[in-house]
Structures are given as structure tokens and as C-alpha cells.
Design a protein around this ligand. Sequence first.
Ligand SMILES: [Zn+2]
Length: 362
Amino acid sequence: MPLKKLGGSSRKVMKYSPFKELSMPQSLVLPRPFDAHVHFRQGEMMDTAVKAISEYFAEGLVMPNTDPPVSQPGDIKLYRASIMAAADNEHFHPLMTFKILPDTSPSDICLFRNAGAVAGKVYPKNMTTNSHDGVENYPALFEVFEAMQEKNLVLCLHGEHPGEDIDTLDRERKFLRILALIARSFPRLRIVMEHISCRQSVETVLALPENVAASITVHHLVLTNDDVYGQNHHFCRPVIKKRSDRKALVQAATSGCPKFFFGSDSAPHSREKKECPVSCAGVFAPGIVSLPRLAQLFDENNALKSLERFLGHNGRRFYQLPDDPKKLPSLALIKEKSAIASDMGGVVPLCAGQTLPWRLET
Ligand SMILES: [Zn+2]
């Protein structure tokens, strides 16, 4: 990963020491990253959601929990075409997924793969946006998982235990038994525990074999539950947890370990749908925010050398995507201040109104 000093127009001369130049800002030039968890929505919100990712990332793994869901083989090509039209960017590749419902048939798996899907996603019933049709009985889907293993499709899991009488803060930890059961039952099935939020998930993913990996969001890496109380824009599922959980997530992300990679889970909801008595779940983290904020985090942890692995290499390797940096367009992260807007197209982003110490240049 090249670390270099900038030259050219950014050179400055001190006023009373004409021969003494200021040191040049630090910069990182990276291949455009892979966002392994994006929500592109439909209708009016779609343009904002797609451009927020497609302008900065080479690929995005597109979540299927739209309304109606992407749950039939014929949905894949239609949704992909509408994303490509909104992106209007030949350098961006949406990677399509389908929603696994309780009545998904194993015989459909081949059709999903032939339609271009790379993964199927299971949502636990009533745990997040548009999950009223989600899953409660995981063993009932084992024939579907078997077919996915045979067709080399990735299984993505929103890992929170469904059902009543479970505290929200415990749902992810309690789901880990289901994750281990699926991983043991299907040793050749690649499984991603999405947007992990607690220390126990880090430990479990590390303990399970190589077929199990996890994505991590920027908001779970930089916020704690103290940032959520009274702040609806930070409310998401799984909910943001304690400092000790964040510490484990930061260690996992900055370690360079191939089991952990970036998935923004960038989920735009209008200001009206967040600033209301019952807020929608989701944090809007477009590339213009997430990438400088991650550079800041990795810099603070002396781990800039691991940033490219977290943002691209690890996820591409797990999803078996082409991973030749020379063939990908690049972007630069520069250690200079950048101001984050307080409103982006009617949506309040992560770090709204803040000044970050790094900025993004495409
Ligand atoms: Zn999501």
C-alpha cells in the first residue's frame, strides 16, 4: 500500500521563512474499496443511496430487503439494471443477493446463481427493516443451505436471535450458537456474519473455521451506546454496544486478519423517518464519510498499513472476486481536514457537521 507525500499545488511556503517549506500532508493511494453491505433502496431514495456508494467503491454487495423483497430469481436482473442506471458509472459493479424466506425452495438456488446472484441473505423475523417475512426456524432451511454450498453461493446472516423474551442487547450473542451450528453442518459453505457488534462475535468468528468471516461497519467501530441515547440518527440494528465491544471490533478490523472486512450497512432514511417517536433503524455512512473516518481510526491505532486489507483485499478474497489492484481505479485519502455536511439530500449522515482530520480525493 503506497504511503507518499503529496506534491504540486499543495506545497506551501511559510510567510517569514521563505526557504522553509512546510512538510507535505500524508496520503494513501488505494484501489477503490469493496463495500460488502449496502442498501440501495427503491424509488426516490435510490439515487442518493446508489451514488453515495458507487462514486467511491469498485463493488457493493446489494442487500435484498427492499419492499417488495428481492426474493425471486427474476428480481435479480431487474434490480441490478435499475442500480446500474442510477449509478451511471462503468467502474462500479453491484454484486447481487437474494432474500432467503421461510418458503425459499432449494430448487431455486441454481436459478438465483444463473441470474447473477453471489449470495443469499437471511433476516431474523421482525429484527430489522422489512423483516416481517424473516426466519425463525433455521434448521428448516438446511436444504437451502446445502444447495447454496453445492452452488458455491455465500450465506449472509443478520445475526440476531429472533423471538420474544430476549433482550435486544443479547440477541447477537445468543445467535452465535445458530452460527456455529450452520458452520459445523456445512463446512464448505462460505458464511458471513454481517455487521458484527459485540466482543463475543469477534471471538466466535475467529474460533470457527476459514469458511466463516464477518463484516464490520464504520459506526460500530467509532460509536458506543453512549452515542445512541437521545440520538436517533445513531440507532441501528444490531444496536451499538459497549466500549469493550468496540475495542474488540477495532482490534479485529485493524489486525489485518482475513476474516474481517468492511461492510458499511449504509442505510439512508429521511430525516422525518429518524426524527420521530419510532425511529427507523439504520445509519447513513456514504463513502465521503466512511472512508476518511476509517483512515482516522486506523491512523489513531497505528494500523494504516492494514487499511487496504480491511477495505478491499479481505472481502474480495472471501467473495472470490478479482483482486488485482492494477486493474482497479484508485482513490486517495489525505491527512487534511474535511468538513462533513449536516444534511445530504434530506438524510443526516454519520459524523454530520463534524470536521474530520482526513479527506477523500477521487
Ligand atoms: Zn443492512
